[in-house]
Write a protein that binds this ligand. Structure first.
Ligand code: PEP
Ligand code: MG
Length: 325
């Protein structure tokens, strides 16, 4: 199977009827970078910056962070590398920053923590800016955004960091694009306002599915209720794409849905500009996109968006994929 997929490494992610979509890799460790490059990723759609933090026993210094980020950025330059600001809390624990909460999924997590601790935010963003000097392929992503105010605060800190680093390093710093993750129902419903002030949007469908369906993404007892084929999930995603494009911004998706053949073709039909996935799914998804014409994907999506039952949508999509081989 792998031998068959290898042929897809250097072929563009383009449908038989000529629709091109960008495929990015999700990274955390340098091993993901190597695998992503081997499998033809056109950049990093989600660098989970908390992963190197989780592997240490204290917060890495600005200099350490700069070195870690430089490796990610230089491995992919001139392709873009989208670095997510520290996303801890919820299901992601830092042993040296314990958070004890009754309901962590609805608690202090993601950008809520780093905006309450601007010193953590500033060190991280300064390290990213310094790491990108001379490469200029950095984009920054904010996790767990649920209001316009959080974006404004982050923009303010980013501008301050750009001025500081410019002064310290005596070079012109090009401000990176600042994007937001849509993972929370409030961000989905307010997407018009958020897309207006953010530079780009990336959907975190793992958390968005959890919060839309009120189903813990890590609870085996309710795992059969956790499905990206749920009509509420699919209709929400189509809405995010429409409104982000209406605001003149690009929209990507970096949750597990992007790396699953059945959902990937629906996402392509919705108009996502790029899909970001773990390296292990890149060749499989490129193969599927090169097999399914956009016209077929659009028809499937049109039907899927009026069906009221996740299982029916899923079987319909899987049947079509099997038919196309
Ligand atoms: C997501 O929530 O879909 C996402 C990509 O972020 P994470 O899985 O790291 O929470
Ligand atoms: Mg998430």
């Amino acid at each position: 199977l792998v031998a068959g997929l290898d042929a897809y490494r250097d072929l563009p992610a383009e449908t038989p009827d000529g629709h091109r979509i960008t495929l990015y890799v999700n990274t955390g460790l340098m091993a993901d970078v190597a695998r992503g490059r081997e499998r033809g990723a056109e950049g990093v759609g989600l660098y989970r910056s908390e992963i190197p933090f989780m592997l240490r026993d204290r917060f890495p210094s600005e200099e350490e962070q700069r070195n870690i980020y430089r490796q990610q950025l230089s491995a992919f330059a001139p392709y873009p590398v989208t670095m997510r600001m520290l996303d801890i809390g919820g299901d992601k624990d830092l042993p040296y920053f314990p958070i004890d909460e009754v309901n962590p999924a609805l608690g202090w997590r993601g950008v809520r923590i780093t905006l309450d601790h601007p010193e953590i935010f500033m060190v991280q963003v300064r390290a990213m800016l310094k790491a990108a000097i001379g490469l200029n392929n950095l984009q920054i992503l904010l996790p767990m955004v649920s209001s316009v105010f959080e974006i404004e605060e982050a923009q303010h800190l980013l501008h301050r960091a750009v001025a500081e680093v410019q002064e310290e390093e005596k070079v012109t710093i090009h401000p990176p694009k600042l994007g937001i993750m849509v993972e929370v129902p409030s961000a989905l419903i307010q997407i018009k306002d958020l897309a207006h002030i953010a530079d780009f949007v990336s959907v975190g469908s793992n958390d968005l599915t959890q919060y839309l369906l009120a189903v813990d993404r890590n609870n085996a007892r309710v795992a059969d209720l956790y499905t990206p084929y749920h009509p509420a999930v699919l209709r929400s995603l189509q809405y995010v794409v429409k409104e982000t494009h209406a605001a003149g911004k690009m929209v990507s998706i970096c949750g597990e849905m992007a790396g699953d053949p059945g959902t990937a073709i629906l996402l392509m039909a919705m108009g996502f500009d790029s899909l970001s996935m773990s390296a292990s799914n890149l060749l499989k998804i490129r193969k599927v996109l090169r097999t399914v014409p956009m016209s077929v994907a659009k028809n499937l999506l049109e039907e899927a968006l009026v069906i009221d039952n996740a299982a029916v949508i899923r079987s319909m999509v899987e049947l079509e994929l099997n038919r196309l081989g």
